[in-house]
Design a protein. Structure first.
Length: 394
């Protein structure tokens, strides 16, 4: 019998439990043991993808926790923590494409042995394998062959963002790098924080792909700021893979994410004028000063390369739900969130699982009103752009 699970498949590691650096731009508190506790007991997630597991620093932490019996490796793939949280070991790799583009790809593997072997192979192409998202002297085409050889799957990360992404920084169409057969081996794409289903489905070549909305967390509180509901046969890697491929009745049931207008790269921003622009057409140079020194927004890039004027959603496409994380709700800081976790349960309990009556009982009336508004999407917001996130306004 299938069950529904909450999943966030893009979480970084700032460093090892011994303090060794991994993701330089991420919090050092974001280590393997801390991520598991945060995801399971505060966020209420069921499945996470940790995408710095090719680092020997992280592999050492994994081995130690397995040896201590804190986790166990599953026959059907993945690692189970505390009998409730499935961990998919993964890696984020930055390619160097033939046209000069730079793309981030996520790779996931069912077994620790496989990602260790992948790590060993990648040492030949990366200057420092211990650090996250290091540039590899490989194209996406070459990387796909390596991931496939080691028994993993590959997914383009934050596929539209202006920095280091498939459409945002490198290609207008997959045929510029992959053959149709190679493209078919990629089961899913990650939308990123500045895009949603309405925008992505302007590109017909994505109609066969499963869409993922993930946090790309660089700190513990940012875990699950975007996530998915998966309907699976069981809590293991093979079941997740079936959902990504939409096989055996398994699938992504819903994507939960920020309204794209809250994303920091949603619309084009002129660095000279320090202005962010809107409108129905793509803005590719500053309409104010004429400068081409602009950060092209996600929506603008999609409008530039889109084949359709209106989105065409395939039958398998799930609903995309605009979701506000607890810490993005004005008036809910770390201390208030900690009280909610203590009195009400996990973030998924507060946002999804508890009834209105249960919410009223476990929090103050002031916070209850805010949570209720967030659940009902009863709020406005200030748009983001130019590297700055938007703000939710209640």
């Amino acid at each position: 019998m299938k069950k529904e699970y909450f999943a966030d498949l893009h979480i970084h590691i700032g460093g090892g439990s011994d303090g060794s650096p991994v993701k330089i731009t991420a919090s050092r508190k974001l280590n393997f043991p801390n991520i598991l506790k945060e995801a399971a007991f505060k966020k209420g997630l069921d499945i996470i993808g940790i995408i710095d597991c090719a680092s020997p620093v992280v592999l050492k932490d994994i081995d130690q926790m397995l040896a201590a019996g804190e986790m166990k490796e599953l026959d059907q793939g993945g690692i189970l923590y505390s009998d409730q949280l499935l961990v998919l070991p993964g890696a984020e790799i930055e390619s160097r494409e033939e046209n000069g583009g730079q793309v981030h790809y996520l790779a996931f593997f069912p077994k620790i042995k496989q990602i260790k072997e992948f790590s060993g192979t990648m040492e030949n192409y990366i200057s420092n394998i211990t650090l996250s998202s290091q540039a590899a002297k490989l194209t996406g085409k070459e990387l796909l062959k390596i991931v496939d050889y080691h028994g993993g799957i590959m997914i383009p990360a934050h596929i539209f963002t202006p920095h280091k992404s498939f459409y945002g920084r490198a290609f207008k169409t997959y045929t510029e790098v992959f053959t149709p057969a190679e493209w078919e081996k990629i089961p899913a794409i990650e939308l990123g924080l500045s895009a949603d289903t309405e925008m992505a489905d302007l590109l017909p070549e994505l109609s066969s792909k499963t869409f993922l909305s993930n946090s790309d967390a660089h700190s513990l509180p940012k875990i699950a700021r975007e996530y998915n509901i998966m309907e699976l046969e069981g809590l293991n890697y093979n079941s997740v893979l079936q959902a990504l491929k939409r096989e055996s009745g398994s699938s992504i049931k819903k994507n939960y994410g920020l309204n794209p207008e809250l994303g920091k790269y949603h619309r084009t921003h002129c660095e000279k004028c320090d202005r962010t622009f809107s409108g129905a057409k793509a803005v590719l140079q500053c309409p104010n000063c004429g400068s081409e020194k602009v950060v092209v927004g996600v929506k603008d890039r999609i409008l530039e390369i889109a084949a359709n004027r209106n989105p065409e959603h395939p039958e398998h496409r799930p609903e995309y739900v605009y979701q506000v994380p607890l810490l993005d709700i004005p008036g809910i800081g770390k201390k208030t969130a900690a009280k909610l976790f203590e009195n009400c349960g996990t973030e998924m309990d507060v946002i999804h699982n508890l009834s209105t009556a249960e919410l009223k009982e476990c929090m103050s009336s002031r916070i209850f009103k805010k949570i209720k508004k967030a659940r009902q999407q009863n709020f406005s917001f200030q748009s983001g752009g130019g590297g700055t996130y938007g703000k939710v306004i209640f």
